[in-house]
Design a protein around this ligand. Structure first.
Ligand SMILES: Cc1ncc(COP(=O)(O)O)c(C=O)c1O
Length: 427
């Protein structure tokens, strides 16, 4: 499947943007890696849930039955989004961090003193500290995989070395929230499985940008957050059924022992989960409207029905975002006094998402972000919780970096405006 450079999605940005009420404001949102704007179908699902079916779980009456039907449908839809084998493999929770802190407690119960695990310095802290805390509790050693400071890619030779020590787990990000690097997660999973390790993938920063297929990757666990993919504040964990079934669940006694409920502790954020369903319905619309050119290749892989529409959508989004990445890269590179961190080779755009971190002259990143905000351009600054990255780059005590992250609703005109304003700031 070769993504075309001019997709029907890129020619229809007005229609896309009309799906986002927040985008009617005279503001440019480049803070997307911190959280995207919410799509209208997600807002509608949340409102409809609260008006028509607001109730607790498993009651005998109409609103509870309707509520449970929506939650079931959201599990099925997320299984389709991840291409999981079954909806029982989908666990909803507060957010990625809370889900990871929770499930790491169950997973690490199987570890013994002297065991080892592998973490990376490229990961967001939510895929680092939960495992480090569990390791501390169990007397388990951590082996670190570094990244190349020149191009922001993971050092796979270090991973291979760490795997020779037969670790229990490899926790790795799909895409870096800091440098934008996409890690070769299928290869990493294969390498880890060959060494007998389980693989936990943080897909928070990849989910808004491209198609995910947990069966093709072969990973044991994968997690994302819907507020980063145009939906509500809810996290979604995938785990292989046989693993989840065997894992001990920290839960209260009356709660179910079955999947996925045994890991969905307490009363869930029902309206938020309805909002996840709405975000996926938005993607389905994209697939139907703008994914036509990808249908044959994706059918050949075996996707059908909603799975096919979701994959068409995410493939169309990924193709359009190549254009945005290319435009952002050349625009940023043209700003005097800029230093971009991570992959800057325009021939390697497939190895990154459209998230770029930089520093401008000797300015503090907060100062640059404030000057951009004064021109109605919203970006992030600091370490964005990828604290190992800023430490490794020697920037942690200097305010970190400025981060510009595009989503598929951003336009080439917005990129051009960013360039103009940055040139003005650079002086
Ligand atoms: C790569 C990555 N992982 C994990 C998280 C944490 O996600 P949550 O806010 O859902 O806990 C973030 C949030 O920025 C992230 O970018």
């Amino acid at each position: 499947m070769t993504p075309s450079t001019s997709t029907s999605l890129s020619a229809s940005l007005d229609r896309i943007r009309q799906q986002f009420p927040a985008l009617s404001r005279p503001v440019i949102f480049f803070d997307n890696p911190g959280g995207t704007q919410i799509a209208q179908p997600s807002i509608e699902r949340i409102t409809k849930y609260l008006v028509e079916s607001n109730a607790n779980h498993e009651g005998a009456f109409a609103t509870s039955i309707a509520s449970d039907a929506i939650l079931d449908e959201a599990h099925r839809a997320m299984a389709d989004f991840y291409n999981a084998a079954s909806p029982e493999e989908i666990v909803f929770g507060n957010n990625m961090t809370t889900l990871t802190l929770h499930i790491s407690r169950s997973i690490s119960r199987e570890w013994k003193e002297g065991d080892e695990i592998v973490l990376t310095r490229l990961d967001h802290d939510a895929n680092v500290t939960p495992w480090a805390l569990a390791a501390q509790d169990r007397g388990v050693k951590i082996n670190w995989v570094d990244f190349d400071v020149e191009d922001g890619t993971l050092q796979l030779d270090e991973l291979q070395k760490a795997l020779e020590r037969k670790p229990k787990l490899v926790a790795v990000g799909y895409a870096s929230n800091s440098l934008g690097t996409i890690n070769p997660v299928t290869r990493i999973t294969q390498m880890a499985h060959d060494a007998g390790a389980q693989v936990y993938i943080d897909a928070v920063q990849y989910a808004p940008h491209g198609p995910i297929d947990v069966q093709a990757i072969g990973c044991d666990y994968l997690v994302s957050s819907a507020y980063k993919f145009f939906g509500s504040h809810v996290g979604i964990l995938y785990g292989k059924r046989d693993l989840l079934e065997k894992l001990f669940a920290y839960k209260v006694r009356p709660a179910t022992n079955h999947l996925p409920g045994k890991f969905e502790t307490g009363t869930q954020n029902h309206e938020g989960i309805a909002g996840v369903l709405g975000a996926l319905e938005y993607f389905e619309w994209i697939g139907r409207e703008f994914g036509g050119e990808y249908v044959e290749g994706l059918r050949e892989i075996g996707y059908k029905g909603r799975r096919l529409e979701l994959k068409k959508a995410m493939t169309a989004i990924r193709a359009y975002e190549f254009e945005l990445s290319r435009a952002l890269l050349s625009t940023l590179e043209a700003v005097p006094g800029i230093r971009i961190f991570g992959l800057t080779d325009s021939r390697r755009l497939e190895e990154r998402v459209a998230t770029f971190s930089f520093r401008l002259r000797d300015m503090h990143p907060r100062q640059v972000a404030e000057k951009l905000a004064a021109e109605n351009i919203y970006v992030w600054d600091g370490n964005y919780y990828a604290i190992n990255v800023t430490e490794r780059l020697g920037l942690e005590d200097q305010g970190g970096m400025v981060r510009v992250g595009a989503a598929h609703y951003n336009t080439p005109d917005e990129v051009a405006r960013l360039g103009e304003v940055l040139k003005k700031i650079a002086g």
